[in-house]
Design a protein. Structure first.
Length: 121
């Protein structure tokens, strides 16, 4: 193994700016991750930045498998690629792994892929 190998690159250590629950979507810079465990405000913890997760979907969103999805940071859910990102939303960092129509209270399988997205200023 290379002497400079660190790890697989599927997790990132962060310092929480607020209390975070295991399974929450976390925006770190322009990267999306999922909290591995509960992380208290000011504490360090890990987020997974690669993998497929069941995550909240906007009720009105109509999403097709393979479509890029937008993390709506104020609503705490993923929206379709036709949505207009607002300040703090992250696009280009995740794709839908299944198709879902407009439904209430649904989750959607979303793949995070170790890529930095774009945070709307």
């Amino acid at each position: 193994m290379a002497t400079n190998y660190v790890n697989e690159g599927t997790r990132m250590t962060i310092t929480a700016g607020a209390d975070i629950s295991s399974g929450d979507v976390v925006v770190q810079g322009s990267t999306l991750g999922i909290a591995v465990t509960n992380i208290a405000n000011g504490a360090s913890g890990e987020i997974m930045i690669e993998g497929t997760f069941d995550l909240p979907k906007a009720d009105a969103a109509v999403i097709t498998a393979g479509e890029g999805v937008i993390w709506d940071s104020s609503a705490g859910e993923f929206d379709d690629d036709q949505a207009t990102p607002a300040s703090g939303d992250v696009s280009g960092a995740a794709i839908a792994m299944e198709s879902k129509g407009a439904t209430t209270g649904e989750t959607i399988k979303v793949k995070l892929g170790r890529v930095a997205g774009t945070v709307t200023p």
